[in-house]
Ligand binder design. Structure first.
Ligand code: TXA
Ligand code: MG
Length: 338
């Protein structure tokens, strides 16, 4: 299959809308990461998304809407807390898990009785949902396991030959996937941290638990609150090891332990301290800049041919929790405290 890569304009958006309404898979920009979209009510189209990604069959998809009225097409209930969060954070990088309506095909929700819903703020995403005339189920547009794509070029690298169309809407503003919260439990629970922080959620609806899998590895017997959390994720081909300590301690560690093919993933302005070639991801005290750069920098270390990457450990405050969550998964939870 030939994969077209088109800049977002009137014509390409209407082509995307037509392809989607006819049951095809199209990659679309959002403010978080690129998504691999299909009509959420077309089970066959959604099955093609799983095939294109090589995604495990038990990991459900988020459904994207372009108008708050569409929630009722998808969710059986729209509880008060969910309405409050929608008021405050939609459109934007927040996904809410709600009890699902039976019309949603099992391909989307993988047999769960809940559905993840998100109203993206990206104008191109909204225009494509409108042009398709239906909510769109869309996971991140990477091959399963690799870092989520934050540019159309990243999507092309992963999806060339697998889907008919990629819409190029430029660089994703946030760079990490949406915050996921479930409101289907008695106490709401943060399942995946993102640009909307735990504190911001609690300011609107009170107590929100944090799922254990956010910062720690689940044992094989444990059942995760969100299926996606049990998979190794976001990994470059290079082995990633997080070094948690001062610049001085890391410098000393590297002097003793580094080998040919090692790279440093550090913050901007620190490159000179390390005796390794380096790639940066944002600045030390700005988690939003780290979030914007992380996935793209993980792809860059692979392009450079790195065998192993030592990564500076981000702070877990605010949006930093999301950055640390993704980096831990990229590292398969290998973190050395110095
Ligand atoms: O920012 C985002 O959310 C991006 C863009 C494209 O919108 N999408 C995205 O989708 O990150 P994906 O499929 O890569 O991640 C969805 C996550 C997975 O961890 C999945 O297990 C979880 O959301 N999820 C989806 N539906 C769920 C449900 N009903 N219950 C629990 N977790 C759910
Ligand atoms: Mg993903």
């Amino acid at each position: 299959m030939e994969t077209k890569l088109l800049k977002a304009d009137k014509e390409s958006l209407s082509l995307a809308g037509r392809l989607l309404s006819e049951g095809n898979v199209v990659a679309i920009p959002t403010e978080t990461v690129y998504g691999l979209a299909a009509d959420a009510f077309n089970g066959n189209a959604v099955a093609d998304v799983f095939r294109a990604k090589g995604r495990p069959q038990d990991n459900p998809l988020i459904v994207h809407i372009s108008d708050i009225c569409q929630v009722e097409l998808l969710a059986r209930l729209f509880p008060e807390n969910a309405k409050k969060l929608a008021d405050k954070f939609w459109p934007g990088p927040l996904t809410m898990i709600l009890p699902k309506r039976s019309e949603i095909p099992d391909e989307v929700t993988c047999g769960l009785d809940t559905v993840g819903i998100r109203f993206p703020s990206n104008k191109t995403a909204q225009a494509i949902i409108n042009a398709a005339g239906t909510p769109l189920a869309a996971p991140s547009a990477n091959r399963s396991g690799s870092p989520s794509p934050t540019t159309a070029r990243h999507v092309f690298e992963d999806m060339d030959g697998r889907i008919p169309l990629i819409i190029d809407g430029g660089d994703c503003e946030v760079g990490l996937e949406s915050t996921v919260i479930t409101l289907a439990t008695e106490i709401p629970m943060l399942l995946r941290p993102g640009a909307i922080t735990h504190k911001q959620l609690e300011e609107v609806i009170g107590k929100v638990d944090i799922a254990a899998a956010v910062l720690s590895e689940l044992s094989n017997e444990e059942k995760p609150a969100s299926p996606g959390m049990k998979y190794k994720h976001y990994s470059p081909r290079a082995e990633v090891i997080i070094l948690d300590g001062s610049i001085k301690a890391i410098e000393d560690y590297i002097k003793i332990n580094s080998e040919q093919g090692d790279y440093m993933l550090c913050f901007e302005g620190e490159e000179e301290f390390f005796s390794l070639p380096s790639v940066t991801y944002g600045t030390e005290d700005d988690a939003l800049s780290q979030s914007h750069d992380l996935f793209s920098s993980l792809r860059k270390v692979d392009e450079l041919g790195a065998k192993r990457v030592f990564a500076r450990c981000p702070s877990a405050d605010g949006v930093g929790l999301a950055v640390l969550n993704r980096l831990l998964r990229a590292a398969g939870f290998r973190r050395i405290t110095l």
